[in-house]
Design a protein around this ligand. Structure first.
Ligand SMILES: [Zn+2]
Length: 447
């Protein structure tokens, strides 16, 4: 509603196009003014400052991969690049018009676009063999003057990832504003130290790791970012360099994973650090984590399970049931009835092991190699508990069919690992106390 009123007198509007939206938020942070309120007269005042920055050595290096060597900022045939770039941006400002109701611009769709723009003005809108993000582009693409102008500010919030650039896009205004501010801080630090190093960078070379690093930093720094934000974050990692730029990598962070990250970072960040560490497998050097693949990140991005990462080889766990069950509910989308049933069964098995000292059953559970074996172990424990008059059976038929194995043999491993997590949690003192005896029995079992 408020946006509707603001839009009436505005040049800029969020478009859903990551390049234009990124540029608009960069402009907002650069001018320190709500983008809805910015006019061409105001915009003109800071143009020279922007160009001065782009013409420093550090930024020039980046510009080749953002706007190509043919751009106004770099083209070797242009003698005075400062004057020329300034003319270019001012010409765009001259062509500014208020938002209409329709138009041919493929970003805003609210103004007409002429002439078409090539990749030296808008990244990846090239021709021929070049990889295009926008389907159907041939010689160039239709961007209006306002959207084209916005994209000229994009470098301010790009994040350098080993020769490519990560463009962060989110539907959350809060997150885009935060990120743009980060870009401006980067520039202010460079001005203060008189050391111009270009786009934001932390030395990351792996796009997925960089995205998690960025999102985790936002969560840590921004206490008003909530799990319910549903920011729909996407990282577009691209290079517009030379004749054959690499294909763009698009990484979408599911909202469910975002919710989990906010939750675990706030309630148990050390547990999360341990889990992430396991995802790297081996880290030889101090900053290996900036380029090595991480299976925890990969699994979260591709919808695969990270249940196994919560469990340690020495029968201990990372985190606690609260954190673990949050993951099961939010990311694995398990229903609460199933989660509660698994917890209850885990508790009963733990209780049984402690009371009978029958650790053989625990090994059998840990080493079950099939659905049938696992079912067998559970039935044996059930029989034992009945024989020992240890109260109600492990589970009802309904729980067995619907909560323990809702998909039959398909997800038996998942069920086993969830039970083991709970058993290890409940028995942590017991297993510690009986460590040597348990080891002894395990060795005998193996023989
Ligand atoms: Zn437009």
């Amino acid at each position: 509603m408020i946006e509707g009123i603001k839009e009436k007198n505005s040049y800029f509007v969020r478009t859903g196009n990551p390049f234009v939206d990124g540029g608009i938020y960069a402009i907002e942070a650069f001018y320190e003014k709500d983008f809805f309120s910015l006019t061409p007269t105001k915009l003109e005042t800071e143009i020279d400052g922007l160009i001065d920055l782009y013409l420093t050595d550090g930024w020039r290096k980046n510009m080749y991969s953002i706007f190509t060597g043919n751009s106004k900022y770099l083209n070797p045939s242009i003698k005075d690049k400062k004057v020329n770039s300034s003319k270019y941006l001012k010409a765009l400002l001259n062509d500014f018009s208020m938002l209409g109701t329709s138009g041919t611009c493929i970003a805003c769709g609210r103004r007409d676009a002429l002439p078409i723009r090539k990749r030296d003005e808008i990244p990846l809108t090239g021709s021929g063999k070049l990889v295009n993000y926008f389907a159907g582009a041939s010689g160039g693409e239709r961007y209006c003057a306002v959207c084209t102008f916005a994209v000229q500010f994009l470098p301010l919030l790009l994040y350098s990832v080993g020769g490519r650039f990560l463009l962060l896009h989110s539907v959350s205004d809060k997150i885009m504003k935060y990120w743009a501010k980060k870009g401006i801080n980067n520039i202010q630090e460079q001005i203060a130290s008189n050391n111009y190093t270009g786009c934001i960078q932390d030395g990351y070379k792996n796009g997925e790791n960089a995205l998690f690093h960025i999102v985790e930093e936002i969560i840590r720094d921004q206490k008003d970012v909530f799990p319910e934000e549903n920011p729909s974050i996407t990282a577009y990692i691209f290079s517009n360099y030379g004749q054959n730029p690499p294909p763009m990598q698009i990484i979408h962070l599911p909202n469910s994973v975002f919710r989990f990250l906010v939750y675990i970072q706030r309630v148990n960040s050390s547990a999360w650090a341990k889990i992430v560490r396991k995802g790297f497998n081996i880290l030889k050097k101090e900053d290996d984590y900036k380029w090595r693949n991480n299976t925890v990140y990969k699994n979260l991005l591709s919808g695969k399970s990270i249940i196994g990462y919560f469990i340690e080889k020495n029968r201990s766990i990372i985190g606690n049931w609260e954190v673990f069950s949050y993951y099961l509910k939010e990311v694995k989308e398990m229903d609460e009835k199933r989660i509660d049933a698994l917890k209850k069964v885990g508790d009963k098995i733990a209780n049984y092991i402690e009371q009978t000292d029958n650790t053989k059953r625990l090994f059998a559970l840990e080493t079950a190699k099939s659905y049938e074996r696992l079912r067998n172990v559970l039935l044996k424990i059930t029989k034992d508990t009945i024989a020992n008059e240890m109260g109600a059976p492990l589970f009802t038929t309904d729980e067995f069919l619907n909560d323990l194995f809702p998909e039959g043999a398909l997800t038996w491993k998942e069920t086993r690992d969830i039970l083991l997590f709970r058993i290890y949690e409940k028995l942590s003192g017991y297993l510690q106390e009986k460590k040597e005896i348990v080891e002894e029995i395990r060795k005998n079992e193996e023989v």
